[in-house]
Design a protein around this ligand. Structure first.
Ligand code: 9MJ
Length: 701
């Protein structure tokens, strides 16, 4: 029996609508409907398709849930080989690449399309008359595995291309990967179900795509980015790689928004360093950047050598993981007395530096990861983050490996106080408090650190000597010239007259610090930078913060919290919270710190010596356009660093977010502002330059 026209129309409408929602959600990151609404439409379509099985088709969104397992993957021979890229590991190699390209083309400066190198796995997607027909892994470049049913479950892979005129045949190449947040969530699920966790997003993506049961693949949060084409038939081929990617984007394929067109070797290296900075903020992992000659005619002219194109190269970031041996496990004392086990490692080059220590965080982690002295381990150093031991390679444990034990006494030879573990914490602590030199040293190092008082040159070696020599006991002593002066420094190792003067000058320079920095520098337990800013904003001055009745504040906080819980349940209007963002536990920690006589003394001395600026509350007129507003910063600003701009905005009660959305109030754009600027313009968000921001902050706008 023929399917009624109305049903056919309804099925087509639902399919188009569901695919549009997939596109909005997974490609544009701008969902138009709730999950519940999507599910409703999906079930409607499923119902119609089950009533009219003859309508079932491979390009229906209902096919994204996977199907019966395959006995094995069929081989897929690529129409043109999927070659890999050659790698460059240094600026010299990039310069040499650019030189070869210029010589090959006999031209001056060359234009390149540059983009991240995704850490996933390469696939080929074949569209026939705009419908996804077949997809395969790269394999050895000539033959891969046909993983069509699995690729159909990847929501950002369009089952049908968009646009009126579609190529007869289009082979799209790109990368399947997993976003970090999706990976974390998936691993949480695996853990909760007692299943094996994945090591990293790349392995998880590869394992998921190579499942014979596509219903399992459908449960895995895979994504796709397109970056090249193999075969095109029945379409006009664009002139440049940049235009090619924009065309793919118009066809509804996800293309990386970080791509740029740059000029010459300098453009390549600038992009490399920009992406290096941005890397940690991206939703997905990348292991370098890719440079491609932009002109497609020039690409053809340059052609291929052996198994790689001459027109493109991957510039790799230094590997973030490496394996090495644990020589010893020692214990470090933090400024609150927390004992951190640290692995001393056989030196290994990772993340661009030689690493000799890696944190093991706490005893629970040592046990969970089962790290013994003598083990071979994988060490990770990502960006500027402290290197850590990721896991042990169990097969390599030698017979004489020894298990680590937490000491019963503080490891500082001058302290040796008892070590205790609080019931509620995973942490062991030295109970020596200010008696413990190791704790005092750490407190000083924190006080002097870049995001706290930012005292240049006051590093570990100098602090060790200052504390061991009895010159400096507390942070306040740093500003006390009766204690810390040219004469007292003169006796120290590596302390010529000049460097002594430099140290003192560096300390003097930090006088008159802002209140948030100062509060953070004090190292109060639970008071990080954000909490310090909230406290500074609330009290306006150190004086008011010191004089506050903390017991009353905590009682009031708890009363409001309780009352609001009650009102929330009844959908009533809420009371204004006290110190939003600072919970009772943090408040108790501040109260406890301030209730101790010696802490008050140190603060008093610091004040007397001018370490902190006495601030008055920000005037309402100044902050009125900024309080509660969300800013996004992009591009480089003429005078301010992003950190400095953030500090100024936050000091007036504004927020700074990482990405542009409907919630953004202002975009502050500098030079080379890219995708964020375009998005803000598209959303009609107010755009400021640095001068505009400063005017706004001064209340002149
Ligand atoms: C990767 N692996 O991320 C290319 N690639 O373009 C990017 N690979 C490529 N582009 C042409 N982003 C050939 C290979």
């Amino acid at each position: 029996m023929a399917v009624p026209k109305a049903v056919l129309a309804e099925v087509h409408k639902l399919r188009a609508e569901l695919e549009r929602h997939n596109y909005q959600y997974y490609v544009l990151d701008q969902p138009l409907v709730s999950d519940a609404e999507f599910d409703r439409l999906f079930r409607q379509l499923q119902q119609l398709e089950s009533e009219h099985p003859e309508l079932a088709g491979p390009d229906s969104p209902t096919q994204r849930v996977g199907g019966a397992p395959l006995p094995q993957f069929e081989q897929f021979t690529h129409r043109t080989p999927m070659l890999s890229l050659n790698n460059a590991f240094s600026a010299e190699e990039v310069l040499a690449f650019d030189k070869r390209v210029r010589e090959g083309l006999n031209s001056g400066s060359v234009e390149y399309l540059v983009e991240p190198k995704f850490d996933g796995l390469a696939v080929s997607l074949n569209y026939e008359q705009g419908v996804f027909a077949q997809g395969a892994t790269r394999g050895d470049g000539y033959t891969g595995e046909d993983v069509t049913p699995n690729l159909r479950t990847v929501k950002s892979v369009p089952l049908r291309l968009q646009g009126k005129v579609l190529p007869k045949l289009l082979e799209v190449r790109g990368e399947v990967l997993m976003y970090r947040r999706d990976f974390d969530r998936m691993n949480q699920r695996q853990r909760a179900n007692g299943e094996k966790e994945f090591v990293n997003p790349r392995n998880a993506a590869a394992g998921s795509l190579r499942q014979l049961d596509s219903r399992i693949t459908a449960q895995r949060p895979l994504r796709f980015f397109a970056y090249a084409v193999g075969v095109i038939e029945g379409a006009t081929v664009p002139k440049t790689h940049g235009q090619l990617e924009s065309w793919l984007e118009r066809l509804g394929l996800p293309v990386c928004p970080e791509r740029r067109v740059v000029s010459g070797a300098q453009g390549l290296l600038t992009f490399y360093s920009q992406m290096g900075t941005k890397r940690a903020d991206l939703a997905y992992e990348i292991d370098g950047v890719v440079y491609k000659v932009n002109s497609l005619a020039a690409q053809r002219q340059l052609g291929y050598v052996a198994r790689a194109p001459r027109f493109a190269i991957a510039h790799k970031f230094p590997a973030e993981e490496a394996s090495t041996e644990v020589l010893a496990i020692e214990v470090q004392v933090g400024r609150t007395g927390a004992l951190t086990p640290v692995a001393r490692l056989k030196p290994v080059f990772v993340g661009g530096v030689t690493v000799t220590n890696a944190t093991l965080h706490n005893l629970d982690q040592v046990r969970e990861k089962d790290v013994w002295v003598g083990d071979t381990v994988i060490v990770r150093r990502a960006g500027d983050v402290i290197p850590e031991v990721v896991r042990v390679i169990p097969e390599k444990r030698p017979a004489d490996a020894t298990e680590f034990q937490m000491p019963g006494q503080c490891p500082d030879p001058e302290c040796k106080s008892k070590v205790e573990r609080l019931e509620s914490e995973a942490v062991y602590r030295c109970t020596g408090g200010l008696y413990c030199p190791a704790q005092r040293k750490q407190a000083l190092l924190h006080f002097a650190s870049r995001r706290a008082m930012d005292i240049e040159g006051l590093g570990e070696k100098l602090v060790d000597q200052l504390v061991d020599g009895g010159i400096v006991h507390t942070p306040a002593d740093l500003y006390d010239r009766k204690k810390l002066n040219a004469a007292s420094l003169a006796g120290l190792e590596r302390m010529a007259e000049k460097s002594a003067a430099n140290v003192i000058a560096a300390i003097e320079k930090t006088k008159g610090s802002s209140l948030p920095r100062f509060l953070f520098a004090l190292g109060i337990y639970h008071v990080g930078e954000e909490v310090a800013k909230i406290l500074a904003r609330h009290f306006g001055s150190l004086e008011d913060l010191l004089n506050a009745d903390w017991d009353a504040l905590i009682a009031e906080k708890e009363r409001v919290q309780k009352e609001n819980t009650r009102r929330r349940a009844k959908d009533g209007a809420l009371l204004d919270p006290i110190l939003p963002g600072v919970g009772p536990e943090i408040m108790r920690s501040v109260a406890n710190f301030l209730s101790q006589r010696h802490n008050r003394d140190v603060i008093e001395q610091l004040r007397k010596n001018g370490a902190v600026r006495e601030e008055s509350p920000p005037s309402v007129a100044q902050g009125r356009n900024v309080i509660g507003k969300t800013f996004v910063l992009t591009g480089s600003l003429p005078k301010l660093s992003h950190d400095e701009a953030k500090e100024l905005i936050e000091a007036q009660g504004g927020k700074v977010a990482g990405s542009v959305s409907g919630k953004t109030d202002y975009l502050v754009a500098g030079t080379e502002a890219g995708a964020k600027l375009a998005k803000a313009e598209a959303l009609g968000i107010s755009i400021l330059d640095e001068a505009g921001l400063l005017e706004l902050l001064k209340g002149k706008r």
